[in-house]
Design a protein around this ligand. Sequence first.
Ligand SMILES: Cc1cc2nc3c(=O)[nH]c(=O)nc-3n(C[C@H](O)[C@H](O)[C@H](O)COP(=O)(O)O)c2cc1C
Length: 150
Amino acid sequence: MQIVILYGTESGNAERLAGDLGKAIGSQHQWRVVDLGDVDPAELSTDEIHIFITSTYGDGLLGETGQIFYEALEESDVELDGLRYAIFGLGDSSYEDTYNQGSSLLDAILTEHGATRFGEFGLHDDGGFERKKDVALAWLPGVLAAAEQL
Ligand SMILES: Cc1cc2nc3c(=O)[nH]c(=O)nc-3n(C[C@H](O)[C@H](O)[C@H](O)COP(=O)(O)O)c2cc1C
């Protein structure tokens, strides 16, 4: 499989995690990591499996670079039919009203544009005790197995 890991970040956690996931995929599949702030929605390719990782910031927006992509997609009429994606959100449940809202917004807008999510919706909560990397690496094998079934 060809896998693209796309991160939306404000303070670097999603970027680090994207690299951790890539390293864990290792030589099993081809993979690359990109910053969502550099992605034109019209250039997303259905030939690749997409793994989105984004944080939530501000008033429940996406982390800065994710927000750039989100707004580009909001303004675009691009059709993403055939695009398959998994998603992992970074948040903090102490923000009760906006907990992981950024990843939910991204999930919703990708679906609105015709893309289809596969696998479990991954989440990390800074308010808990588990490390981001541990949660994400425990989530990854199920996502890769689901991707193999597509
Ligand atoms: C100023 C600030 C605002 C935040 N706002 C939210 C929020 O509204 N909802 C949420 O779930 N998490 C919120 N978080 C938690 C971040 O999403 C979490 O720390 C995440 O790991 C940051 O990842 P990043 O470095 O990739 O941006 C906030 C964190 C900070 C520092």
